[in-house]
Write a protein that binds this ligand. Structure first.
Ligand code: 7TS
Length: 405
């Protein structure tokens, strides 16, 4: 099936505006994606007609809201192909999900243990592990990358040892777009009985993810990168591992009984969902998943690869432009620099032309250090972007070069 781009663009109200007097070209999708009208309507309708707290009252509104909330959990379960719906924990986002696991590992890690991450990680998959290591005496180990922005797999295999208590790596890199060989990592880790956490913030907007096929122990994602609302995310965890980890936060909903002498915790998934959750966010996320599922994740992936190839070719034609991240397997992210021009200058001029790109280190300072650069300009494409928009980026870059070259 081919993507119906005209119809799709009509679904996203935000795309139809001018920025600085020019039609908006939104190429900052790796930071956050835009929302289709069905998601916006779902949230508005919930607050207009359906709102009540969940898992509490016997009254009809509360029962209906609870039903919708739990139906959304089943949608996520199906989307990720998790074995059980109680393996789906609603979080604030990827950062929150990783922190939940890292907090739990504070009770597992001991002096001499190691946590293995990679040089490609977003800060949110570095800092929580540094914090967990700091409190336990465990050490952080890092898989290095090559000049293309790919993990050096021999180094990974050398770093994996009996001291490794967890491998925590991203599925797709936000800064360079690399699609990582996570299958090989999981297979090797499991041969030593080591659990694996995948940061799926950048994979889930671009491809279907099957956690049973991957066989990872944990998978974290953000709703707002998946065309859903901000402030909502998902942590998938295998049942036995979620049972092994202590609760992250204490409060309402996560308990079975409370007395001053002893509190017992609720079962999964509620053990990890303390307090009133982001009900509207959960319902909006369900609509977003239904929306991309209806288009087809394969259709989306194929179209975005077309955009990536087209964009890569166009940018490569520009003298003095250098693309960072040239892995064989890439998602639709192009990070680049123009010789002698600071990324902020490029980003500022492009903004004047209505083109939204992200500039800077993209919360991946170690990658920038690895390449010896202050940051990059990053154009990241979603399925509502077009080749015509990429042509505008190309023309915009030529303007930047004329002004600063
Ligand atoms: N992991 C990866 C790979 C990410 O790209 C991001 C956000 C996160 C984790 C954190 O997600 P959050 O929803 O909890 O904030 N990445 C970006 C980015 O590339 N530009 O802005 C945010």
């Amino acid at each position: 099936m081919k993507i119906n781009i005209e119809k799709i663009r009509k679904d996203f109200p935000v795309l139809h505006q001018e920025v600085n007097g020019k039609p908006l070209v939104y190429f900052d999708n790796a930071a956050s994606t835009q929302k289709p009208k069905v998601v916006i309507d779902r949230i508005a309708n919930y607050y207009a007609n359906e709102h009540s707290n969940i898992h509490r009252g016997v009254h009809s509104l509360s029962a209906a809201a609870t039903e919708e909330y739990e139906a959304a959990r089943k949608t996520v379960q199906a989307h990720l192909n998790a074995t059980h719906d109680h393996e789906i924990i609603f979080t604030k986002g990827t950062t929150d999900g990783i922190n939940l696991v890292a907090n739990g590992f504070r009770s597992i890690l001991k002096e001499g243990d190691e946590v293995l991450i990679s040089e490609l990680e977003h800060h949110s998959n570095i800092v929580p592990w540094q914090m967990a290591c700091e409190g336990t005496g465990a050490k952080l180990k890092v898989i290095p990358i090559n000049d293309q922005g790919e993990w050096i797999m021999e180094e990974f295999h050398n770093l994996l040892s009996d001291r490794t208590k967890l491998v925590a790596v991203n599925h797709v890199s936000n800064a360079l777009g690399t699609i990582n060989p996570v299958e090989e990592v999981i297979h090797a880790a499991h041969s030593k009985n080591i659990p694996v956490l995948l940061d799926g913030a950048q994979a889930t907007p671009h491809m279907g993810v099957n956690v049973q096929d991957l066989d990872c122990e944990f998978y974290a994602l953000s709703g707002h990168k998946l065309f859903g609302p901000t402030g909502i995310g998902v942590l998938y965890g295998k049942e036995d591992w979620l049972n092994k980890l202590p609760p992250y936060q204490g409060g309402g909903d996560m308990i079975k009984s409370v007395s001053f002498e002893k509190t017992t915790y609720n079962e999964l998934p509620f053990k990890f969902e303390a307090g009133t959750p982001n009900i509207a966010g959960v319902l909006g996320l369900k609509s977003a998943i239904d929306y991309v599922t209806a288009i087809g994740l394969d259709v989306i992936a194929e179209y975005e690869q077309e955009l990536l190839e087209y964009g890569t070719e166009k940018l490569s034609q520009i003298e003095g432009s250098k693309i960072y991240g040239t892995a064989k397997n890439k998602a639709s992210v192009i990070s680049f620099l123009l010789e002698g021009i600071h990324p902020y200058d490029t980003g500022t001029i492009l903004d004047k032309l209505g083109i939204a790109v992200r500039t800077g280190h993209h919360c991946t300072e170690p990658i920038m250090t690895r390449f010896g650069i202050p940051g990059t300009v990053r154009a990241s494409f979603a399925f509502y972007n077009t080749k015509e928009e990429i042509d505008k980026l190309y023309d915009g870059i030529l303007r930047v070069k004329k002004m600063f070259g």
